[in-house]
Design a protein around this ligand. Structure first.
Ligand code: FE
Ligand code: CA
Length: 526
C-alpha cells in the first residue's frame, strides 16, 4: 500500500473517531466579512491545561479598516459547551474588549474536565462568533494513547494561499504548535507572481503591526485551523523584524527597542497566550511548558528575545551572514547564548523534572549543523549565523543538558528554514556516532506554510554534506503531523501540490518513526 493511501486511511479513521465538526462545517462557520459583523477575525483557543484553556477574539468588523473598530470599550459574553450544539453550557461569563489592546480579549476558562473536547463562542449584542472547538490537556499522571500534533510556521502572506491550514483543520489534531513567522513585517515584496498583496508598507508602529495581523487573520483557512483545535505558539524574527537578536536589528536602528515593544504587544493581542497583560511590552516571557499527561511535555522556547547578537555581521549592520569558523572565531565563543542563561536554566529544570515519555522542544529553527560547503576543508565549513549554527557552544550546552538531565526521548521540532528536515542529533558532530557519542535526540523541521525557499538541488547538496541530516526537502510548502504514542512517534511531512491555490491538495512527502528509547530517524513512507 502506498504511503499516501495509508495516510488517507489513517486520516479517515481519526476523522471518524473524532467528535469534531467536519472541515466543511468548520469552513462554513468562518464568516464572510458581512458589514458590521464584529467577529471578522474569527476566534481562537490555546495554551491548554488539564482544567483550563484560553479563548481569544478581537472585535474588528472590517479586517482591512482599523476605523471600523468600536471607539470605546465593549462588553462581550462568552460560553463554553460540552457539545457542538451548545445545549450543555459548562461555563459562561463576560469580558471587556478595550481599545488599549485593540479590542482583543483573552479569557482564561477554568474548572474544565481533563482530556475533553469543548466548543466555545463569543457574543456581542446580537452577533454570535463562529464556534471554535478546543480541548483540555489530559490529567497529570495519566498516560494518553496518543497526542495528535500539527506543526506549522512561516506564512508570508504574499507567497501563496493558506491551504496548509485547511488541511490542518481537516486532520482534526488535538493541538497545533505554531513555531514562528506568523506574520512577516515586510512591505510589498517584489515577486514575479505575487499572489496576494499586503496592504501597507513595512511594519514599525503598533498600528502597523495590528493592521498586518488583521489582514493575515482575515484568511478563512487560517481561521479554520484556529477553530479546529487549541494552539500553542511562539515567535521568531518576522513577528518583529528580520534577523533581529535581542535588542539589535539588522539596521542597528536606535529606536529598535520601541519597535520591538510594539511588535510584542501586537503579538500578545492576537494570540491565545496564557499570560496576563504585561505592564510593559519591553519584554514578554514567551517560554512556557505544556504537559500532555505523562505522554509528552512540550518545552516551548523563545530563541529570539534573549539571544546574543549574531557573530561577525556584515559591516555596519546586524543580522545574519554566512561565515567560516576560521574567519569568525567569535562564532565559537562559549559565552554566546541562543536562549539566554535564565531560559537555559529553566529548560534544564523542566527537563530534569519531566515526567514525560517524550520531551518535545518546540522551538524556532534547525538545530542540526548544516555546513554549506564541505566540512573537511581548512575553513571547517561555512555556516549561516542566524540559526543554531551561529551559536554552536549554546547548542552543545543544550545537547549536554539533554544527556545530563536524562530527560526521556528528546524530540526537537523547528521551523524558520522553509525546508523539511529530519535529522539525528549528537553532542559532538565532529566525531562519529559511538557509545561515547550516541544519538541524543531526533529532530523534525517543518517547511513553511507559504514562505519560499531555495532550489531542491542545493538542499540535496546540503544533505550530502551533512550526513546527520537524513532528509531535506525545500521545494514544497506545507506542514508536519505527529502522532505521539507511548511506544512510538510517527511524523509525516505533508507537502502542498501548489501553494498558489486555495484549494491545493497535499501529499505525504515522507514519513518517519521514532521508537521509545531509541533516538534516530527511521523512514516509513515517501
Ligand atoms: Fe520564515
Ligand atoms: Ca524566521
Amino acid at each position: 500500500m502506498t504511503a499516501r493511501r495509508l495516510f488517507l486511511l489513517d486520516a479517515a479513521r481519526l476523522a471518524a473517531a473524532a467528535t469534531a465538526a467536519t472541515p466543511a462545517r468548520v469552513l462554513a462557520a468562518a464568516p464572510a466579512n458581512r458589514a458590521g459583523y464584529p467577529f471578522s477575525l474569527g476566534v481562537a483557543s490555546g495554551s491548554p491545561l488539564p482544567d483550563s484553556v484560553i479563548l481569544w477574539t478581537r472585535i474588528l468588523p472590517d479586517p482591512l479598516d482599523p476605523a471600523s473598530a468600536p471607539r470605546l470599550a465593549v462588553p462581550l459574553r462568552w460560553e463554553v459547551a460540552a457539545d457542538e450544539g451548545f445545549r450543555t453550557i459548562v461555563a459562561r461569563g463576560g469580558a471587556v474588549a478595550t481599545p488599549e489592546l485593540a479590542h482583543s480579549v483573552r479569557v482564561n476558562v477554568v474548572g474544565l474536565q481533563p482530556a475533553r473536547w469543548y466548543w466555545y463562542r463569543f457574543m456581542l449584542g446580537d452577533a454570535v462568533s463562529p464556534a471554535g472547538r478546543t480541548r483540555t490537556a489530559p490529567a497529570a499522571g495519566s498516560m494518553p494513547d496518543v497526542l495528535k500534533l500539527a506543526v506549522a510556521s512561516c506564512q508570508h502572506w504574499e507567497f501563496g494561499a493558506y491551504a496548509a491550514h485547511r488541511h490542518i483543520a481537516a486532520a482534526s489534531p488535538d493541538l497545533v504548535a505554531f513555531l514562528g513567522d506568523y506574520i512577516y513585517e515586510w512591505g510589498p515584496y517584489q515577486l514575479r507572481h505575487p499572489q496576494r498583496a499586503v496592504r501597507q508598507d513595512e511594519s514599525f508602529t503598533l498600528d502597523d503591526y495590528r493592521r498586518r495581523y488583521a489582514q493575515y487573520k482575515s484568511d478563512p483557512q487560517l481561521q479554520a485551523a484556529h477553530l479546529a483545535a487549541p494552539w500553542i505558539v511562539t515567535w521568531d524574527d518576522h513577528e518583529v523584524a528580520n534577523d533581529y537578536a535581542g535588542l539589535r536589528d539588522e539596521r542597528l536602528a536606535a529606536t529598535f527597542a520601541q519597535r520591538r515593544a510594539a511588535a510584542y504587544q501586537a503579538f500578545y493581542e492576537h494570540m491565545p497566550l496564557r499570560l496576563p497583560p504585561p505592564r510593559s511590552f519591553a519584554s514578554v516571557r514567551m517560554f512556557q511548558r505544556y504537559d500532555w499527561g505523562r505522554l509528552a511535555r512540550l518545552h516551548v522556547l523563545d530563541d529570539r528575545q534573549y539571544r546574543a547578537a549574531q557573530a561577525c555581521p556584515r559591516p555596519n549592520a546586524g543580522g545574519s551572514a554566512s561565515v567560516t569558523p576560521r574567519a569568525c572565531p567569535a562564532l565559537l565563543d562559549a559565552r554566546r547564548s541562543m536562549l539566554g542563561r535564565e531560559q537555559e536554566a529553566w529548560l534544564e529544570a523542566g527537563l530534569r523534572s519531566s515526567p514525560a515519555r517524550w520531551n518535545v522542544l518546540a522551538q524556532q529553527t534547525l538545530m542540526a549543523p548544516s555546513t554549506q560547503v564541505p566540512a573537511a576543508t581548512p575553513d571547517g565549513g561555512r555556516f549561516w549565523t542566524d540559526g543554531w549554527d551561529g551559536y554552536p557552544a549554546a547548542r552543545r550546552r543544550l545537547l549536554d543538558t539533554l544527556v545530563e538531565t536524562r530527560a526521556a526521548n528528546p524530540l526537537v521540532l523547528g521551523g524558520d528554514v522553509h525546508t523539511f528536515y529530519a535529522a539525528e542529533l549528537r553532542r559532538d558532530f565532529g566525531r562519529p556516532v559511538s557509545r561515547a557519542n550516541p544519538l541524543v535526540a531526533t529532530e523534525f523541521v517543518g517547511t513553511s506554510v507559504t514562505s519560499s525557499s531555495r532550489p531542491q538541488q542545493r538542499t540535496d547538496d546540503y544533505v550530502a554534506m551533512n550526513p546527520h541530516i537524513r532528509y531535506g526537502r525545500s521545494d514544497r510548502r506545507g506542514w508536519m503531523l505527529l502522532e505521539v504514542r507511548p511506544q512510538e512517534v510517527r511524523t509525516w511531512f505533508l507537502g502542498l501540490d501548489d501553494v498558489r491555490r486555495e484549494d491545493s491538495g497535499q501529499r505525504v512527502l515522507a514519513g518517519f518513526s521514532v521508537r521509545d528509547g531509541r533516538a534516530g530517524v527511521e523512514r516509513t513512507a515517501g
